[in-house]
Design a protein around this ligand. Structure first.
Ligand code: SAH
Length: 363
């Protein structure tokens, strides 16, 4: 059987350098090759035209250069937002979104194929988790998009399908690679990682020496309401999650974002707004209100504008910073994960979801 080739796009410079030197290559080659992969975003070794032909051949034999295949893109006529569907080597598809803001271009990437967290309002989790994405597959979402748009990406949000802290090692490697000075060099301060609240993951991330922003998907002011929306709330109590968030701020100096999707009649009344203000008044961070994006598989309804406005004002009166998420690409929208669902013809084989399989938390 052929040995599996090394995923070269997931290697740090030092790792690649060491491997190439062991193979007898001259020192300057590592820099050239790393630059081809991460700065010029070459699609293949054949494109690395300043390398000798036999070296390109050797690289091809020893290494796998992971690139995603653009299966589809939808471009908003309203604001230019682009929603991409990318194919992976094993036939899975993932979604990424490109958004244009005054402060720069932002890409929302997926961190897993599917998700096992089971949040009730989210389309990405309906079929459970297929597999984790490799660092190379997270990077290439950005590389492809930058090539397709011809514009530099300055911000990254890990808020697409998947729970990033459920794919911890690959996430951290991705962050280091995308901010590497030999690569895209996206400032870590412009990277946001969104989590449903996996306490050990938040604690570990606080200790990595990174300066990324952490966004917590809160969605409720107490455990009782939160458990209705998010199965993961049965595993970690808000008290412990918020204490981990405080630790994150203390360690990194980075203020947090608390995401709160407003669902009509479930988490959007004034009592809940007051309770939310109480819950986070001692935290360093702001609240991002998101009127829930309804998915056809569930009956959740978006809070109306009046309710969103009342909720916002109540938080502001308590001295909390609030933004209401501007809806981007309304004409191409569909909630996260829906483009992928509409594309998939095959049904998933492995269905792992925490509400069906508690044992997955025991590892
Ligand atoms: N697993 C991570 C990141 C992916 S989801 C997390 O839970 O944070 C990114 C954000 O979108 C989360 O806050 C998630 O709760 C929210 N979200 C998912 N589906 C949504 C929907 N249909 N409407 C509004 N927000 C949604």
């Amino acid at each position: 059987m052929m040995e599996e080739r090394t995923d070269v796009k997931s290697l740090f410079f030092q790792e690649l350098d060491q491997q190439l030197r062991e193979k007898g290559l001259k020192a300057f080659r590592s820099g050239q090759i790393f630059q081809w992969i991460h700065e010029k975003q070459a699609d293949s070794f054949a494109d690395m035209t300043n390398l000798p032909k036999d070296l390109r051949q050797r690289l091809m034999e020893g290494y796998d250069l992971v690139t995603l295949k653009q299966e589809d893109v939808r471009i908003s006529k309203i604001d230019g937002t682009r929603k991409y569907l990318f194919g992976l080597k094993d036939g899975h598809v993932i979604e990424s979104v490109w958004m244009k803001y005054r402060h720069g271009n932002s890409v929302c990437i997926s961190s897993q194929v599917g998700c096992r967290m089971g949040c009730r309002f989210c389309a990405s989790t309906l079929d459970g988790l297929e597999r984790n994405l490799k660092p190379s597959e997270m990077l290439d979402q950005i590389y492809r998009i930058q090539k397709d748009t011809g514009e530099r990406v300055s911000h990254v949000v890990v808020m697409g399908s998947g729970e990033p802290l459920d794919n911890y090692d690959n996430l951290v490697r991705f962050i280091r690679l995308v901010s590497d000075e030999r690569g895209l060099m996206i400032s870590q301060r412009n990277i946001t990682v969104s989590t449903c609240g996996i306490v050990p993951g938040i604690q570990r991330l606080s200790e990595e020496g990174l300066s990324v922003t952490l966004a917590l998907s809160l969605h409720a002011p107490n455990d009782q309401v939160r458990r209705k929306l998010m199965p993961v709330a049965g595993r970690y109590a808000l008290k412990d999650i918020l204490s981990a968030c405080r630790g994150y701020f203390e360690r990194t100096g980075r203020r947090l974002t608390f995401e709160y999707s407003l669902v009509k009649g479930v988490n959007d009344n004034l009592e809940e707004a007051k309770a939310l203000a109480d819950l986070i008044k001692d935290q360093q961070g702001h609240v991002n209100l998101i009127p829930v994006n309804p998915i056809k598989e569930r009956s959740y309804v978006q809070s109306d504008n009046g309710a969103v406005e009342r909720f916002r004002r109540c938080l502001e009166k308590s001295g909390i910073n609030v933004t209401v998420r501007r809806e981007m690409g309304r004409d191409i929208n569909g909630a996260c994960g829906q483009l992928r669902r509409s594309f998939r013809k095959r049904t998933s084989v492995t269905k792992r979801r925490i509400d069906e399989d508690e044992s997955i938390w025991d590892d």
